[in-house]
Ligand binder design. Structure first.
Ligand code: HEC
Ligand code: HEC
Length: 429
């Protein structure tokens, strides 16, 4: 006769039942998530130097340069720290002042037709221009930046080698004249806006040209940022060799069960799909706004901003043919997109906490609970439905998300750069 206690003890040591075999359909879905399926970033017709080696190197230098700010202390890397997969460990980003959004990771951004949580930019090069002039981020102005390029010999030489050498040189020579080219920007302080309005239209155009070219170099560098394979990708690779594979040392049983939930009951794959685990589309998932911040209008506003942007694909600084601007011309995003944000990637979440557009959720447990509950949206309509996941299933889903972390891997070019200063924020997770 076996006592209840010893039966329990014996049960504890029984191996958990083997997960079922993957069906052919499940295997196909699983493989569609593998990094092996990731092609090179799509071309960016708006940026003719998108893959130019000198532009990549110039962009790398710009990315780490704190002179691109009003106080000489902020660079892109202040908020996009390579060792945190290009995030900053904060809920809300901090530059010159405090932003109202969570910093986004950059590896993989080159694959998205829309940038920012609300998609208010339609290219990587045009995106880069916004933080430079945002008063709480770099707080710089475009004339100051154009002057830096004109007057720093190292930058000037690179600029001339990359962008239309002959015409550019004569323009750069004029920047010594500070009455003609004062600190000014149409997005700056009232004083800077007045100064901008007083600049001759032709000179405004020269400044905008240099400014947009800085964005193009920054984009070229960001296109080279690698996304590194995770345990999940190794598992997927093993499965291609041996579809019967059951036991393995790559994924725990929990992670495999979590993967099954991810593709099934938990419905995550409806929006988090493809090798980067994002459809790069906009959805309202009823993420609560941060305390004291009004609910974000999201994509309904983002698309209007992108359409009105002088630096968009159809604008005068784009290298694209209008026929190549399909995304912008045919985008949908009216009021039905209110409260919708861009689906985030699920790779390397261990480095990028806290989560969501304003860092509202500190941990993956909180994220999973958020989807499990699927509350009613404060604005718009929550597309996600309650999931009724049991405690064990939540744990399994989390184990799967944990299998999507790769090593911090940096492009070779990064090893040449100054190390960004460590932030005093707590470690992610
Ligand atoms: C003060 C912190 C801060 C600085 C400095 C900063 N960023 Fe960001 N970055 C953010 C935040 C916050 C977001 C999300 C903002 C939003 O969606 O409204 C973001 C978003 C982005 C995105 C969009 C990614 C995506 O997938 O849509 C890119 C690309 C990016 N930043 C690149 C840069 C570059 C290049 C620079 C330097 C020119 C820079 N950032 C400077 C905080 C910063
Ligand atoms: C209806 C589409 C949709 C579904 C279904 C969905 N997500 Fe999301 N996910 C999003 C969107 C949109 C965001 C960004 C929301 C925001 O910031 O307001 C997001 C953000 C996230 C983030 C944060 C990413 C970051 O960088 O901050 C995680 C983690 C996440 N989702 C996990 C999951 C999991 C796990 C599931 C399944 C239980 C799931 N999602 C189901 C659309 C979806």
């Amino acid at each position: 006769m076996i006592s209840a206690a010893s039966a329990f003890a014996a049960w504890q040591y029984l191996p958990a039942p083997l997960p079922q075999q993957w069906t052919a359909a499940e295997l196909a879905t699983l493989q569609s998530l593998s990094l092996q399926q990731l092609p090179p970033p799509p071309p960016d017709p708006g940026n003719k130097v998108a893959d130019h080696p000198l532009a990549i190197e110039f962009g790398r230098q710009l990315f780490f340069d704190t002179r691109l700010s009003s106080n000489n202390a902020v660079s892109c890397a202040s908020c996009h720290q390579p060792e945190r997969y290009f995030t900053d460990g904060r809920a809300l980003a901090v530059g010159i002042g405090s932003a109202d959004r969570n910093s986004m990771g950059l590896a993989g951004a080159a694959y998205s037709p829309w940038l920012f949580w609300d998609g208010r930019k339609d290219s990587l090069w045009s995106q880069a221009l916004e933080p430079l002039e945002n008063p709480v981020e770099h707080g710089a102005n475009r004339t100051q930046l154009a002057r830096l390029v004109a007057q720093d010999h190292h930058y000037r030489d690179q600029y001339l080698a990359i962008f239309e050498a002959e015409s550019a040189q004569t323009v750069l020579d004029q920047f010594a004249d500070e009455t003609r080219f004062p600190d000014a920007s149409p997005n700056g302080s009232a004083e800077q806006q007045l100064a901008w309005a007083a600049i001759r239209e032709e000179d405004q155009h020269h400044i905008n040209r240099i400014f947009s070219n800085l964005g193009k170099a920054l984009a070229a560098w960001q296109r080279t940022l690698p996304v590194m394979p995770s345990a999940f990708d190794e598992y997927a690779a093993q499965l291609t060799k041996n579809p019967e594979l059951q036991q393995n040392t790559l994924l725990t049983r929990d992670a495999i069960s979590g993967l099954r939930l991810f593709m099934g009951k938990a419905q995550c794959i409806n929006c988090h799909n493809g090798p980067l685990f994002t459809n790069n589309a906009f959805h309202n998932t009823a993420v609560l706004s941060a305390p004291g911040v009004p609910p974000a209008a999201g994509r309904s506003q983002g698309l209007r901003l992108a359409q009105a942007d002088v630096f968009n694909c159809l604008g005068p600084y784009s290298d694209a043919d209008p026929a190549q601007c399909q995304e912008l011309r045919f985008a949908r995003g009216g009021d039905e997109m209110i409260g919708a944000q861009r689906t985030g990637s699920l790779r390397n979440l261990a480095y990028t906490a806290p989560y969501m557009h304003a860092g509202q959720l500190a941990t993956l447990d909180a994220v999973i609970e958020h989807y499990n509950r699927a509350r009613v949206a404060v604005i718009g309509h929550n597309e996600a439905k309650p999931l009724a996941l049991r405690a064990v299933e939540k744990r399994q889903l989390k184990a799967f998300l944990d299998s999507l972390n790769g090593p911090v891997a940096l492009p070779l070019s990064l090893t040449l750069s100054p190390t960004p200063s460590p932030k005093q924020e707590p470690e992610p997770r």
